[in-house]
Each structure stands twice: as C-alpha cells, then as structure tokens.
Write a protein that binds this ligand. Structure first.
Ligand SMILES: Nc1ncnc2c1ncn2[C@@H]1O[C@H](COP(=O)(O)OP(=O)(O)OP(=O)(O)O)[C@@H](O)[C@H]1O
Ligand SMILES: [Mg+2]
Length: 370
C-alpha cells in the first residue's frame, strides 16, 4: 500500500503557516506528533495558548496540505499547548537578533512609523488610520497598525478584528486581519487600573508594552495617536522617536489652529512632520462644504509642510468603519477610497524623496537638543 514518506509529510506541514506568527509550524517547533495508520494521518500541533481563536485556520491548512499526500484519505488534527520551555524557545527564535529589552518600540530598522495625529478629537484620525492601513495593504506593503489612543480605542472595531493578542512568554503577538497586524493599547489597558496611567508610571507602562509587542517584518506601521498634546502624546512621541507625523485637520479655520499645536508638540518630541491632511472636505456628490474650506492649505502653509491629501466627507466612510470593513477594502472605487489610496502613495513617495535628500530639515522649534 502506498504511504507518504517522512520527507513528504514534513514538506507538506512546512506549508502550514501560523496565521499570526506568519511562519511555518515546522519552523516554529509547533508540530508535536505525526502518526500514519493505513490511509489515516493524525497530526498534533502545540499552540501558544489553549483557546487559540485561529484553530480553524490550522484545521483548514492541515487538511488541504496533507490530504493530497500519496495513500492518504483522512486527516485529523489535535491540539496541545506549548510548555513554558517551548514558549521560551519560540520567543528566542522569533526575536532573532533583536535584543529582548530594547527601550520603546521594538521594530526592524527598515520599518517606517507613520503617526496620525491631531490637535483635537473627532477629526477622523482613527477612520483615516484604519483606511490608510487598508490602503497600504492594498499597495502591497507589509502593514501594522498601533492603536495608541488610550482614551478610546476604536481601531480594532473599525478593522473588524475581534481576537485578542496572544502572549507568548512576555512577548505580545498582534492579532491579524489578512496580512494586516493590529495592536491596541486598549487590549492592555482593559486589565489595568486607569489610576496608573499618569506621569512616569504611564511612561514606563507604555515603554514596556511597546517593547513587548512582536511586530515581525513590517514595511509600514501606522499609529493612531491620542488627540491633543497631553502627557500621553508626549510620552508616545518619546517612545516613537523615528515616527513621521501626519497631522489631520478639518477644513475649518479654528480646527487648523488647534492642529498647529499638535504639530509643534510632535516637533518637541523629535518626530518628523511629514505633512498635513484635510479630512471631511467637500461632501461627495454635491461638493457642499459643510465644514468650511481652506483648513488644510492654511495648516500646511503655516507649518511649511506639504498638504498630502484632502479626503472628502462621505457617510460611507463611517458606515463601513462601523461594520468593521474599511471603505478602501469595501469599495476601492469610491471617491474617498481613491483619495485615501492616493494619500498612502503620497506618504510612500515622501520617503523616497527623503532618501534622495530632497526634503529640507525642519526647524525644530522648541525641540530638545538630543
Ligand atoms: N471623511 C469623512 N466623512 C464622513 N465621516 C467621517 C469622515 N472621517 C471621519 N468620519 C466620521 O467622523 C467621526 C469621527 O471620526 P474618528 O473617530 O475617526 O475621529 P478621531 O479623530 O479618531 O476621533 P477621536 O479623537 O474621538 O479618537 C466618526 O463617526 C467617523 O465615522
Ligand atoms: Mg479616534
């Protein structure tokens, strides 16, 4: 009777990818047991946590990879949980060369960090962050999103991510939606007393949290910043020193003045101002300027930064975010989606210019010397 060889089995299992860690289960040391009896093959995979929400993904993959093996007619998959030693080994493997206790965010040097900031709430930061993430994903960037708004974390809902992060031996693995990785400070805050979210304690907690998140290989990390210029924003600014900031404003002149303050704050924490975005511009269809006009241009001129995009007012942006499906994914042809993808391209292009040494250094008004 025909039977698969051990090499064939290993090769097939090598195509079963952990949906969160994005590596083959064979490479992650997760395959516990393989047994062939007649035409039946039984596999046991050791998971990082007992109730892993992505079990069905493993089930589907194991079925579809092992069923075609010669002589195999049925496949069964059982789960086990990794021992603390196995988790420690996995962590070491994933961390690779990165030192385990770097301060602040632990990211590959090549990852760009784009912080989406605003002077006040409700201007559409989270909506833009979620849709920009979808846009970068569509453009083929390996994309992550960090929801850093400690006051109200809306990004997981907007992206339709309902799983919680998996913690493997002090390392926090972001949940995924397709190729997109998501981490929210809210996941972490829920278990913490808000009282500790002040001053130095807050800073240390954020620092710890950011350094424990395992992002893996990313091209772009988008950060939804808390509104305003308070403690939290300053702490985050210090922990994301490489971040490039996109400042969001509405077309209203008053909103633009508030945005200037946020931009100044970004500069004092040594983040690079990349450009301004006007959100809630003319209403799609009628072109009606419900929130006035000119805010984006004025802000960009005042800060001497480019206006990277103007995103129209479109109720579908809100509806799709409420449904957990960013409009850029739900309807890429919608005018607002087209403008957001264009904005993502402008952000990507701004990097190339920097690489060529075209962009001029920013006057760091009030910035620290270090
Ligand atoms: N271009 C747009 N067209 C229509 N509605 C929009 C647009 N941008 C944002 N919205 C809606 O405006 C509201 C506020 O947006 P959002 O929550 O993204 O703002 P925010 O700046 O993140 O707010 P907060 O400061 O509270 O975190 C939401 O209901 C959102 O759906
Ligand atoms: Mg928000």
């Amino acid at each position: 009777m025909q039977q698969p060889s051990p090499e064939q089995i290993t090769e097939a299992l090598g195509r079963v990818i952990d949906p969160e860690l994005k590596k083959p289960v064979t490479e992650l040391g997760m395959v516990r047991d393989v047994n062939v009896e007649g035409s039946h093959i039984a596999v046991t995979i050791a998971l990082t946590v007992p109730g892993c929400p992505l079990r069905h993904s493993f089930e589907e993959q194991v079925q579809s990879e092992l069923l075609p093996l010669p002589g195999i007619e049925t496949v069964s998959l059982a789960f086990d949980v990794m021992s603390p030693e196995e988790k420690a080994a996995l962590t070491a493997r994933l961390r690779g060369g990165v030192s385990p206790r770097t301060k602040g965010i632990s990211l590959d040097r090549s990852t760009r960090v784009i912080a989406v900031a605003s002077g006040k709430g409700g201007v559409g930061k989270s909506t833009l962050t979620a849709n920009l993430a979808a846009a970068f994903d569509r453009l083929g960037h390996r994309t992550g999103v960090l929801d850093a708004d400690v006051y109200g974390h809306s990004i997981p809902h907007m992206l339709g991510v309902h799983q919680r992060p998996v913690v493997v031996d002090r390392m926090i693995v972001p949940p995924v939606r397709g190729e997109l990785k998501l981490m929210s400070i809210g996941f972490f805050l829920d278990e913490n007393d808000p009282v500790m979210w002040r001053g130095p304690m807050l800073h240390r907690a954020l620092e710890q949290f950011l350094s424990d998140v395992h992002w893996g290989e990313l091209d772009t990390l988008l950060v939804d910043m808390p509104p305003g210029t308070g403690d939290v924003s300053i702490s985050l600014g210090q922990l994301l020193p490489r971040a490039e900031v996109v400042v969001v404003t509405t077309p209203q002149p008053a909103a633009q003045q508030v945005a200037v303050r946020a931009a100044r704050m970004a500069r004092t924490t040594n983040m690079r101002l990349l450009g301004a975005v006007e959100n809630m511009s003319a209403l799609v269809g009628s072109g009606e300027e419900i929130f006035g006009s000119g805010g984006g241009e004025t802000l960009a001129a005042e800060l001497e930064i480019p206006l990277l995009g103007r995103i129209p007012l479109d109720p579908r942006l809100r509806e799709s975010a409420d449904r957990g499906e960013p409009l850029v994914w739900a309807d890429p042809a919608a005018e607002a989606s087209v403008e957001i993808v264009r904005l993502a391209e402008a952000i990507a292009a701004a990097q190339r210019e920097e690489g060529l040494g075209i962009s001029k250094p920013l006057p760091l008004a009030g910035a620290r010397a270090d």
